[in-house]
Design a protein around this ligand. Structure first.
Ligand SMILES: [Zn+2]
Ligand SMILES: [Zn+2]
Length: 162
């Protein structure tokens, strides 16, 4: 049976007082290792974000090359430029700092022209379904790393270009 939204005095009837609390669903899921297409682990113990080792990537844009560390916590958009400058509004090419191989592309991101959703693999083999995905702009809502399965669903109708 639906609850009435307002009580007899016309006040919003809130079933439970709202208080600050930690939702169990908010528990962090952290990736301990992710791999480039050639099988190098991108998680760096030398760079931490939010207390966890971060995903270290090279980037190449109009402002030159650099390195950026991304949070390894799923859904966390935090990042830190370690070296170089990211150009605002531009989607750099992201690559492995060990071998220089660009990350595989899952599909386009609608946030800006040239932005793509890229993959990093959870195992040294290139399986797009066992991967994380994030937007190469590093600036839009899709820039936080998520499981690739969720990203693939969001890209329904597009083919994985591996
Ligand atoms: Zn590599
Ligand atoms: Zn985007």
């Amino acid at each position: 049976m639906p609850r009435r939204m307002f009580d007899d005095l016309g006040r919003l009837d809130i079933p439970e007082p709202i208080r600050e609390r930690k939702s169990p669903a908010a528990e962090s899921v952290v990736v301990n290792a992710v791999y480039c297409p050639a099988g190098h682990d991108l998680v760096s113990l030398e760079h931490e974000i939010g207390g966890y080792p971060a995903i270290l990537l090279g980037f190449r844009g109009s402002g030159g090359e650099g390195r950026v560390a991304l949070s390894a916590v799923l859904g966390d958009p935090s990042r830190k430029v370690v070296e170089g400058t990211l150009t605002e509004g531009e989607s750099p090419t992201l690559f492995c700092t060990v071998c220089g191989t660009p990350l595989d592309v899952l599909g386009e991101c609608d946030c800006s022209p040239g932005a793509v959703s890229v993959l990093a693999y959870l195992y040294p083999r290139r399986n797009p379904y066992q991967a994380i995905a994030f937007c190469s702009s590093l600036q839009c809502d899709n820039s936080a790393v998520i499981r690739s399965g969720e990203a693939i669903r969001a890209h329904t109708g597009r083919h994985w270009q591996g």
